[in-house]
Design a protein around this ligand. Structure first.
Ligand SMILES: [Zn+2]
Length: 117
């Protein structure tokens, strides 16, 4: 088996592992997408375009910050012998909450604007 064939196998395994389908969060939209985890929220391409650019940018920024905060927390946690301080926990929690708020805002905008067209 050459390199390409094994890569193809890995890709094939990943595709077959997709078990959960998420519908676009906009009511009556028929678009859906497969996800490896259950309970994923998703906005389809058509409706994502209705979200104002600025709101989308904030979402990407907050998700990036959340990822960095999680990585930082994980590194501190490991370095401190599986411990964390209240302050470290608050920092990662705030980043997660901010990411959630940014996503909720995207959903609201997509749904509101979808109703208007
Ligand atoms: Zn949609």
């Amino acid at each position: 088996m050459d390199g390409n064939a094994s890569l193809w196998q890995v890709a094939g395994a990943k595709i077959s592992d997709v078990r959960y389908r998420a519908k676009c969060v906009v009511p009556f939209c028929n678009h859906s997408k497969g996800f490896e985890q259950q309970g994923v929220e998703w906005i389809c391409g058509d409706h994502w375009r209705l979200v104002p650019r600025r709101v989308r940018q904030i979402k990407f920024k907050r998700f990036r910050q959340e990822k960095l905060a999680n990585e930082k927390f994980r590194a501190l946690y490991d370095a401190q012998g599986s411990r964390y301080t209240d302050e470290q926990f608050r920092a990662v929690k705030e980043a997660m909450d901010a990411a959630t708020r940014a996503w909720e805002r995207c959903k609201r905008q997509a749904i509101e604007r979808a109703v208007g067209i």
